[in-house]
Design a protein around this ligand. Sequence first.
Ligand SMILES: NC(=O)c1ccc[n+]([C@@H]2O[C@H](COP(=O)([O-])OP(=O)(O)OC[C@H]3O[C@@H](n4cnc5c(N)ncnc54)[C@H](O)[C@@H]3O)[C@@H](O)[C@H]2O)c1
Length: 254
Amino acid sequence: MTVAIDLTGKSAIVTGSGRGIGRETALLLAKAGACLTIADVDEATAASTAAEIRALGAAATHVRVDITQPDDAKQMVQAALAAHGRLDILVNNAARWTTKLFKDMTPEDYDANIRVTLYGTLHASRAALDPMMESKYGRIINLISDAGRIGEPYLSIYAAAKGGVAAFTKALAKEVGRYNITVNGIAPGITLTPGSADFIQGAGGEEKLAKAYPLRRLAQPIDIANPILFLASDMSGYMTGQIFSVSGGYSTVG
Ligand SMILES: NC(=O)c1ccc[n+]([C@@H]2O[C@H](COP(=O)([O-])OP(=O)(O)OC[C@H]3O[C@@H](n4cnc5c(N)ncnc54)[C@H](O)[C@@H]3O)[C@@H](O)[C@H]2O)c1
């Protein structure tokens, strides 16, 4: 006898799923049986992830969305409903980060980081709540970061935005639990993605950084996608308002 995670019949949106952790998560949810809506500001990469999923034999549509815009977020949810008839899972993955000392950050840097990372999560969650509250079912998973839980130098504004997402996760969970909607957060450590490549290079490279991690390696995108799949499934149905560090033991704060 085996126990498997089965998302057959579920419909999921993953923001920022043209590449990196979002792409890996979308592929994994599709392999578990979900229908996917691939949402990214970069339409070419969104189309490419959707095509990869269809090549696996699963259903996927893609939509160009700038998640900083509330109307785009609404259209993204409409696209999921039009393509798949329902919406069960939202993964708020799109984010932006600027790596500089805080004294060198500009108000434009504040905006760029906070608008995608925090506002984007708010806009997508708001748009997704209507169909989820109506169907009395939902799984919202927010990508946070250890930077937003324990602080990291050079990432102050991003940390502020992610700290906001963490607090939002807990507050929203308390509001929507009565609709059978769970809201949880995953806080990755440094993960090998296109978005983190410059940061890793600038900080001395993968091998050097891995020494700070008890498991002595940086994460691959699948290391993050696996617990997202668990939170997207019915197996996590009695867990809400929680933030889980997925960082090879780097952060052990409760
Ligand atoms: N990679 C890491 O080391 C790391 C560590 C901790 C947390 N995280 C978090 O994991 C998530 C994914 O990170 P990643 O490294 O895969 O990122 P990435 O930069 O490789 O990919 C991010 C995706 O988001 C899209 N995006 C950016 N702005 C957008 C917008 N306005 N609207 C819609 N889409 C937009 C990009 O086009 C891109 O496809 C983020 O929330 C990030 O903060 C990553």
